[in-house]
Design a binder for this molecule. Structure first.
Ligand code: ZN
Length: 168
């Protein structure tokens, strides 16, 4: 019976593996249909009489709105809020889904609030910054080393006019 009122389900993101909650219902159910019908009859009774043909128009508009609302709620709940992965888009085009995750990463890593979140992308960002930092240190060290041990035979003119090897 509790399942009747349970609108969200637990699931795991296929990309970042984090646990999250989604709306599993994709379309309006018989229950929604009956509720909308009840609403249309009530509205019609309040405005005109309960059998007024204009209630059909109210019913149609309310039913279409309900269906759109339920579908969009399902669609947006599927996109992972921690990594931006969209499984529906991935089924249509893996390249587009990858670009979306890349865009999400580039945008979100500029946001300090996101860097305090539990997203697995934060770990990835920290690791990549650490690697970049180490690479810079190594490059700087190698540049200095190369500058210190310039190839012999490179001649430099000193201010007093004498020409010497650079290392001398
Ligand atoms: Zn995810």
């Amino acid at each position: 019976m509790a399942g009747w009122f349970k609108s969200k389900n637990d699931c795991y993101c296929a990309f970042c593996k984090s646990k999250r909650r989604i709306y599993p219902k994709k379309h309006a159910s018989v229950g929604n249909f009956l509720m909308v019908m009840g609403f249309a009859i009530c509205a019609s009774t309040g405005l005109w009489t309960w059998w007024d043909p204009r209630s059909i128009a109210i019913f149609s508009v309310a039913m279409v709105s309900t269906e759109i609302f339920i579908y969009l709620r399902w669609r947006f709940s599927l996109v992972c809020t921690l990594c931006g992965f969209d499984p529906v888009l991935y089924r249509k085009s893996p390249e587009l889904a990858r670009e979306k995750v890349r865009l999400f990463y580039d945008t979100k890593t500029q946001d300090p609030k996101f860097l305090l979140s539990k997203s697995p992308l934060v770990d990835l960002y920290r690791k990549s910054t650490e690697i970049k930092r180490r690479n810079e240190i190594v490059t700087n060290f190698e540049n200095k080393k190369n500058a210190a041990s310039a190839p012999t035979g490179e001649l430099v003119r000193r201010p007093n006019g004498s020409v010497v090897d650079r290392q001398v």
